[in-house]
Design a protein around this ligand. Structure first.
Ligand code: FAD
Length: 434
């Protein structure tokens, strides 16, 4: 098979790839110079939509509606846009081998792609229960959610199992968003997770109490402190029940598993320096190999604000790291320089009529403020994280755009606080001072 050669190749066609493509166009990439190679069959899209609007029975999100860069209020890049710019979108193409020395990528079909500069944007994959040998975990109607094909299969099952029962395994982002989406579809939902409260990586017990109460009021059955250890099936191989470690058995027509992800770095094992499970980069997303960059979920980068190096699996960083890498590539070609990446961590989620944002670092003491009663019609609450006498992180549920802007600023400024009690009493008003 003929070898194809490009000046720039982006491996992966997700969020980071799409935002990188837009930046390449801004920087004046020439037709024929750039290719995006993706396992998925569609042009880059805003992945968070898959666990939200994509699953709603009304106002359903479908492509081309949520191609990048609509998620950040930018232009929607349709497949035609790539064609107009002369950017090759090489879709439904899985790369199975990367040779950093030869500067080549080889597809499952045996095609070879040569590059001068490579951006690794392969994102993450889901951790599966079959990876741990959970009995019956390969049954039909057990779903994971990462790519649009996964979401399509889930949508089909929701239609086929109208008014049925679902068990959501995992109490993180996917668990919380999927429980809400299935409930809105009139499915009877149970959530199961081993931790004492949901989203323990970010939520404090106080934050989680609100969401657990809210979900319970919506009729979602929350089962904590245990895990799924097996699945029962019918004669067609479809899941019918979930066996829990504590001995309980839950009926299920649909199971969605959200137990975490893992960055897709395997193609580059032993070829680039890794750290903290990702590909190590500098503040310009350059890896240890000249001409090879890594962005989005796979990059372990210097988080200047905290003088640390981290990997961040969130869409805002995927977008910004991609833009930074492309700017750095063009700057180095021109012999100029750009500022170091100076990222303020930002995570968000939406479910039911709830919407939260978090900025900064969730370390140190915490102070809960506001109305966090799950039954309150005017609920609005948040939490400050305080380390070494400074506010380093802020969480806010149901903030207005101005309030969210204010908490972002606060997390960046890191003001000193003398009394945690006073801070709790002042609540959100404290954030509006900066
Ligand atoms: C369902 C869901 C909901 C989410 N919701 C939120 C949210 O609300 N807020 C938030 O901040 N973050 C959210 N995230 C996380 C966010 O979407 C990711 O952090 C972001 O997509 C990372 O961008 P990326 O470009 O690094 O990877 P991805 O967007 O995952 O893109 C990776 C691409 O690489 C392709 N690829 C991988 N390996 C190969 C290969 N060998 N050959 C060819 N192609 C390959 C994949 O098919 C995919 O197209 C969500 C994630 C999921 C799955």
């Amino acid at each position: 098979m003929a070898e194809k050669s490009f000046k720039y190749v982006i491996l992966g066609g997700g969020v980071a790839a799409g935002y990188a493509a837009r930046e390449f166009a801004k920087q004046g990439v020439q037709p024929g110079e750039l290719a995006i190679i993706s396992k998925e069959a569609v042009a880059p899209y805003e992945r968070p939509a898959l666990s939200k609007g994509y699953l709603f029975p009304e106002g359903t999100a479908r492509l081309p509606g949520f191609h990048v860069c609509v998620g950040s209020g930018g232009e929607r890049l349709l497949p035609e846009w790539y064609a107009e710019k002369g950017i090759a979108l090489i879709l439904s193409t899985e790369i199975v081998k990367a040779d950093i020395t030869a500067k080549t990528l080889t597809s499952a079909a045996g095609q070879t792609f040569k590059y001068q500069t490579l951006i690794i944007a392969t994102g993450s994959t889901v951790i599966k229960l079959t990876d741990f040998g959970v009995q019956g975990a390969d049954a039909k109607n057990i779903f994971y959610l990462r790519e649009i094909d996964d979401a399509d299969k889930l949508v089909e099952a929701i239609k086929a199992k109208k008014n049925g029962k679902a068990v959501i395994v995992g109490g993180g982002y996917i668990g919380l968003e999927l429980s809400a989406a299935l409930k809105i579809n009139n499915i009877d939902v149970s959530m199961v997770y081993p931790e004492p409260w949901c989203m323990p990586r970010l939520f404090t017990a106080g934050i989680a109490a609100f969401y657990e109460g809210y979900y319970a009021n919506k009729g979602i059955n929350i089962i904590k402190g245990t895990v799924a250890v097996g699945f029962g099936t019918n004669a067609d191989g479809e899941v019918t029940e979930v066996k829990l470690k504590d001995g309980r058995v839950l009926e299920a027509d649909i199971v969605v598993v959200g137990v975490g992800g893992r960055p897709l770095t395997a193609l580059f094992k032993g070829q680039v320096v890794e750290e903290k499970g990702g590909i190590k980069t500098d503040a310009f997303f350059k890896t240890s190999i000249p001409g090879v960059y890594a962005v989005g979920d796979v990059a372990t980068f210097p988080l200047k604000l905290y003088n640390d190096i981290r990997r961040v699996e969130h869409v805002d960083h995927a977008r910004k790291s991609a833009e930074q890498a492309v700017k750095a590539i063009f700057a180095s070609e021109k012999g100029t320089s750009i500022d170091e990446y100076d990222y303020l961590p930002y995570f968000y989620s939406r479910a039911f009529d709830l919407s939260w944002q978090f900025y900064g670092d969730n370390v140190g003491d915490t102070v809960l403020f506001g109305d966090n009663s799950p039954t309150s019609p005017t609920h609005k609450f948040g939490t400050y994280w305080i380390k070494d006498g400074k506010v380093v992180g802020v969480f806010l549920e149901s903030g207005t755009p101005e309030e969210n802007k204010a908490i972002a600023k606060l997390a960046r400024v890191q003001p000193a606080v003398s009394s945690l009690d006073e801070l709790g009493k002042e609540g959100l008003a404290f954030a509006s001072k900066f």
